[in-house]
Design a binder for this molecule. Structure first.
Ligand SMILES: *Cc1c(COP(=O)(O)O)cnc(C)c1O
Length: 364
């Protein structure tokens, strides 16, 4: 009789979870219109700074990101002591969840929140719950109604991904004021640079010690490949984060690129304006063609179709033309596609293909 072979196995909560699902890029490294990457390259100054920093790669990076925090403090008019950086805002969100997991606490978010939040909770074996949105936007009353005695973190994305919508900052302040004292509010502002609202009232919320704001250099600054995120953190929260983050996790080349990119605010603002202009042209073309598109405050748009079969057909039609977009079945939005704003040419072609599909549709 032979004994059953025993193999090492991962923890039960890891075995139970699925790997984080990215768009199927069909082998294309550039992600085309599927990953909300910038349509434009980063500032030439960031590229030059990164090239210069390569030569010093013998050294570990500054674990405190001092230069980057100083540049961010100046650009965003916030104290450098409140800024904490990470290897992308995913690192910040993941580390926050890990720091607050255990003790029976749960994460609460909204049904169309960025899917990595649920993944981060699953990695940390922290229970995750979500509440409904209203018209594809965060519903503060629903969030407040969803809070239980176990809630430790509330995460809202404003503007949201994959919806592209945003709520008024006064609603975020109302949420912050109404949450119980033991709950930390996390406001994910990965698209904050595309939002025309004054960010200062929400930034000021951090000073109360019960809120965090996260930001990213991946979208408006065109540095998705560098993996740099930052946020405003109450010092006590940042101190706990440091325990769970890996030291030296923001690469030296990335820090150098980020410093130069943040110092070049004029370039970032011009990129955001160019992107928004292409986006709004694309949206009006789709509206004219009969699509009920959702107004966007980001660098992507959510396009609803007449059901999941139509969305899947459009996704295939675009893919055949070399354009990769993001299906949203995983979000429960199978009738929609999320389309990142690219340069003029792919957007023209995308609009043309979608308009032709809508015109050729049988009336229902
Ligand atoms: C892209 C995105 C992030 C992740 O950004 P990184 O800084 O690249 O990790 C976080 N939140 C939302 C809502 C996003 O869309």
């Amino acid at each position: 009789m032979t004994a059953d072979k025993i193999y090492p196995s991962a923890a039960a909560h890891i075995r139970a979870m699925a790997a984080f699902a990215l768009a199927d890029l069909g082998g294309r490294a550039d992600g085309t219109l599927a990953q909300n990457e910038s349509a434009f390259p980063p500032s030439p100054r960031a590229i030059a700074a990164g090239q210069a920093a390569v030569a010093a790669s013998r050294l570990y990076p500054d674990p405190d990101c001092l230069e980057l925090r100083a540049a961010l403090a100046e650009a965003y008019s916030v104290p450098a002591e409140e800024i904490h950086c990470g290897a992308g805002s995913m690192d910040l969100i993941g580390s926050l969840v890990r720091a607050f997991a255990g003790d029976g606490g749960t994460v609460l978010s909204t049904v169309y929140a960025y899917s990595f939040i649920a993944a981060a909770a699953a990695q940390a074996a922290m229970p995750y719950a979500s509440v409904a949105e209203r018209e594809l936007s965060v519903d503060v009353d629903a969030v407040l109604a969803g809070v239980t005695a176990a809630t430790r973190l509330v995460v809202v994305c404003n503007p949201g991904n994959p919806t592209g919508t945003r709520i008024d900052n006064r609603e975020i302040l109302r949420l912050g004021a109404a949450l119980p004292a033991e709950v930390l509010l996390v406001v994910d502002q990965a698209y904050g640079e595309f939002d025309d609202q004054d960010p200062r009232p929400v930034f000021d919320l951090v000073r109360g010690g019960r809120a965090v704001v996260t930001r990213s250099l991946s979208k408006a600054y065109g540095l998705a490949g560098a993996r740099v995120g930052w946020g405003l953190f109450p010092p006590a929260v940042a101190a706990e984060m440091r325990k769970v983050q890996h030291a030296n996790n923001v690469a030296a080349v990335s820090q150098a690129m980020a410093v130069a990119a943040v110092r070049d605010q004029a370039y970032m603002r011009a990129t955001v304006a160019r992107t928004a202009a292409i986006r709004d042209r694309f949206l009006s073309r789709l509206t004219d063609a009969g699509y009920a598109v959702v107004r966007s405050h980001t660098n992507f748009v959510l396009v609803p179709f007449h059901g999941p079969a139509m969305a899947a057909a459009a996704e295939r039609r675009l893919r055949a033309a070399g354009i990769i977009v993001r299906p949203l079945g995983g979000y429960g939005l199978g009738h929609c596609l999320r389309i990142t704003i690219g340069a003029d040419d792919p957007m023209e072609r995308t609009a043309g293909i979608l308009a032709a599909m809508e015109q050729g549709r049988e009336p229902n």
